[in-house]
Ligand binder design. Structure first.
Ligand code: ASP
Length: 324
């Protein structure tokens, strides 16, 4: 009887402690996991929002980079983390392409995470090492077709945005190229500058300064319209590949089962970060802008993720690219 009473009391205490813990949230450091290496475009977005999120949450928000397998290693790690609001994932469009690209993905983006909110959309740029012979997109297309056995396309692995853009490029010109996978495009840019690889497609958050400093050759931006930050660069569409379009959206997720009050706190901190002056200015310099507050919500992100999975599935299936 006494034992039973003690058991009941213990159970009651655990239950009573849960909301208290949620109410106190956050009372320790929060880690945003970035699924690519430090210094790249996804990392840049993460580090820019971590600062104002730290202010909003009154707790340090730090970045942990877990690169590899096009972002899927980090995503599966976060899916298996404690749903306590102290580990969140910042991922991009790869969250919506991996389910079709991977035959055995160890997580389901729609059911293994709690969406927190969208962050921004970032254009991509098709760029090459500075001394790569083709001068414009038309020349690039004929050059890679004529030299397909020796040209190398670098990306951040299957599931990365750079992979998706390269896949679209290769299917549009009906030419398969040798791809070189990295754990993030920070490393791709280093090797592109060193001349170890020929070309890539990467977010403007990583390429704008290299383009402006004339350290790389640029063939086009992947959005329908030219960018205010790079007005002289034609779109890939206008330069010769009609209909070519890809834009990289970023978002925050928590592991499934994270309590709603914690998700709400994180969403509010994200929304505060997206209004931050420095974030807005840096985003603008890098060719992007924060989403409107009403889009930085779990509901909009859930619907967007589902729509993007449905959008990319038939395109990837047509390209016939798969990973195990
Ligand atoms: N831009 C990379 C990609 O291709 C990832 C990164 O390094 O942030 O997805």
């Amino acid at each position: 009887m006494v034992l039973r009473l003690l058991g009941f009391l213990a159970g009651f205490l655990v239950l009573a402690a849960l909301p208290v813990r949620a109410q106190k949230y956050p009372d320790k450091v929060i880690t945003i996991v970035v699924p690519f290496t430090a210094g790249g475009p996804t990392d840049t977005v993460g580090r820019l929002i971590a600062q104002p999120m730290t202010t909003a949450l009154k707790q340090q928000v730090i970045i942990e980079n877990i690169g590899g397998a096009g972002g899927t290693i980090a995503a599966s790690r976060v899916a298996r983390s404690a749903p306590d609001g102290y580990t969140v994932l910042l991922h991009h469009i790869g969250m919506s392409t991996a389910p079709t690209l991977y035959r055995k993905l160890p997580y389901n983006p729609l059911t293994d995470f709690e969406p927190i909110g969208l962050i921004n959309e970032v254009p991509m740029t098709l760029i090459a090492r500075r001394d790569f012979p083709p001068k414009d997109l038309k020349e690039l297309i004929s050059y890679v077709k004529a030299n397909k056995d020796k040209v190398t396309y670098a990306n951040a692995g299957i599931g990365a945005a750079s992979h998706l853009c390269g896949m679209l490029f290769m299917t549009s010109i009906q030419t398969d190229l040798t791809t070189v996978p990295y754990k993030g495009t920070a490393d791709v840019i280093k090797d592109l500058l060193g001349g170890q690889v020929d070309f890539t497609c990467d977010q403007t958050t990583n390429t704008t300064s290299q383009i402006k400093a004339d350290k790389v050759k640029v063939y086009g931006v992947t959005t329908k319209r030219r960018l205010a930050s790079l007005p002289k660069i034609p779109t890939v569409d206008e330069a010769g590949l009609k209909g070519f379009e890809v834009s990289v959206w970023h978002a925050l997720y928590a592991p499934k089962g994270t309590p709603k009050p914690i998700i709400d706190t994180l969403t509010k901190a994200l929304q505060a970060a997206l209004k931050d002056k420095v974030v807005k200015e840096r985003f603008a310099d890098l060719g992007t802008e924060p989403v409107e507050e009403k889009r930085a919500t779990p509901e909009v992100l859930r619907a967007h993720l589902k729509a993007e999975i449905d959008k990319w599935a038939p395109i990837i299936k047509k390209a016939g690219t798969y990973a195990d």
